[in-house]
Write a protein that binds this ligand. Structure first.
Ligand code: SAM
Length: 281
């Protein structure tokens, strides 16, 4: 018997991975968690049937969501991370000795527990003494924060279910308020390729544009996400991710990465014309 995980990327497109083993399944208060194992991608987990993290390609997403803002402003000391229950974003952040405090707000404690058990590769730094984990809704958490963080990373699920509130004007406005005067906000920005995700991407972009003087979008190739072409949003009160990049300074830190490098940092902001048109419209 063959067992396959299949995710419907559009009504007419399906993405499948041959599964060796089903490891864990549960329905939490917020979502269904499935942990599976495959020859090609190693262990991976899905939330409500949608791909979150695979052992084989998680480095791409986590490198890009963390090192792009960190190389733009090396003085980042206080970070707020929203979502990110698998721990991959925290793992990359803790590699910077200069970071003093990381608050992580994850709505679903079970995601963290399951990842600690099955994904030590990503969850390995969740007990770093600089990390404080809050199990609550990120939308609510930022409401009463003001002038507190140098960087906010929104490492959330898609804009439906528990993640919906993290793609609203209210949330982006509160993130602006929660950031210091030179703060940076980075969020996972969906994919421009299939209509369904492109709509979510354009919608998120339109809502964020009004708040920040510097708005950029950058891209990465992530094989297990719909179409493989994924975007990140970079919104900032002061720093420009290209003009303010000090490549030599970042390279001197000696942080070894598998995807990110300072040439790619500049290149990832060069977007295809069809994406530029979507963002302009
Ligand atoms: N890399 C992943 C991706 O984009 O597919 C995201 C990974 S991480 C597992 C996303 C996390 O966001 C989930 O664990 C989910 O529980 C959490 N999340 C969703 N909505 C949230 C909210 N409103 N507040 C805090 N965390 C939330």
């Amino acid at each position: 018997m063959e067992l396959w995980y299949t995710e419907q990327h559009t009504e007419n497109v399906r993405f499948s991975i041959k599964v060796e083993k089903e490891i864990h399944t549960e329905q939490t208060e917020f979502q269904r968690i499935d942990v599976l194992e495959a020859k090609e991608f190693g262990k991976f987990f899905t939330l409500d049937g949608l791909m979150m993290v695979t052992e084989k390609d998680e480095f791409i997403y986590h490198d890009m969501i963390v090192h792009v803002p960190m190389a733009t402003n090396p003085n980042i000391k206080k970070v707020l991370v929203i979502g990110a229950g698998d721990g991959g974003t925290i793992r990359e952040l803790t590699r910077y000795k200069t970071i003093e405090k990381i608050d992580m707000v994850e709505i679903d404690e079970r995601v963290v527990e399951v990842c600690k058990e099955y994904f030590p590769q990503t969850a390995c730094k969740l007990d770093d003494p600089r990390v404080n984990i809050f199990f609550e809704d990120g939308l609510r958490f930022v409401r009463n924060k003001e002038n507190e963080y140098d960087l906010i990373i929104v490492d959330s699920t898609d804009p439906f279910g528990p993640g919906e509130g993290l793609f609203t004007k209210e949330f982006y406005g509160n993130c602006y308020k929660a950031l210091k005067e030179d703060g940076i906000l980075v969020n996972q920005h969906e994919s421009p390729y299939y209509d369904f995700h492109a709509r979510a991407m354009k919608d998120a972009h339109k809502k964020i544009v009004g708040f920040f003087p510097v708005i950029r979008v950058y891209q990465a190739h992530i094989p297990t996400y719909p179409s493989g072409h994924w975007l990140f949003g970079f919104a900032s009160k002061k720093y420009d991710p290209i003009k303010d990049l000090d490549a030599d300074a970042w390279n001197k830190l000696g942080i070894k990465t598998k995807y990110y490098n300072t040439d790619l940092h500049v290149g990832c902001f060069a977007l295809p014309n069809y994406v530029l048109e979507m963002l302009e419209n």
